[in-house]
Design a protein around this ligand. Sequence first.
Ligand code: SAM
Length: 220
Amino acid sequence: MGRLLDIFTKLHKKTSRDYIARMMDSKIECMEIAKRYDESFWDGDRRYGYGGYKYDGRWEEVARVLIDIYKLDNNSKILDIGCGKAFLLYEIKKILPNCKVVGFDISEYALQNAKEEIKDCLFNFNAKDPLPFGNKEFDLVFSLGTLHNLSVYHLKNAFREMERVANDSYLMVESYRNNKELFNLQCWALTCDSFFSPSEWIWLMREFGYKGDYEFIYFE
Ligand SMILES: C[S@@+](CC[C@H](N)C(=O)[O-])C[C@H]1O[C@@H](n2cnc3c(N)ncnc32)[C@H](O)[C@@H]1O
């Protein structure tokens, strides 16, 4: 198994969340709208998702940490699974202009609204499907906040494929360590399908052949 990392948690903790208010605000309807991953999810009202996902430079620090941990350079090839608007790939490319970056996402809206500089590196694809890449084609494959949106039976292929195409890999998913965090996560999550504790996630990774690094975010 890979390492338990702490890369994204600092950013995750910067946002304050009113769990009960979200749960009481037509949550079922909001989930249905969020799961379309269209404009409402990204740039609509906060009750449907991000509430306006504009770039504010916060991904630069994450890019620098990834470059450092995985010793990325201008020859590296990097894949982002569930890249969204691809702000992280954009930052990596800014620091390493000659590296090759590729990203995919299920959301057409996110891809269309990604930074112009990076749009031609992105494509529409579902993480549950066999990846159109060769074995160990990428130096680093990462996936942030995406894989918990898959059902457990789709995670099997997603984990296997991530492992197959990557030399190094890192994923971040939502999780919970106690009943309070499970409650908060269930109040907050609009698109999550896989609610697992860290030990369950690690068990699944082993079971499905994923040997890369991982991080869990919690709703404290
Ligand atoms: C919380 S967002 C994270 C986006 C991006 N990784 C980031 O951190 O800014 C979750 C992302 O997962 C994508 N997604 C959800 N299900 C997916 C699937 N089955 N295949 C590919 N992308 C998916 C969504 O469209 C969205 O971009």
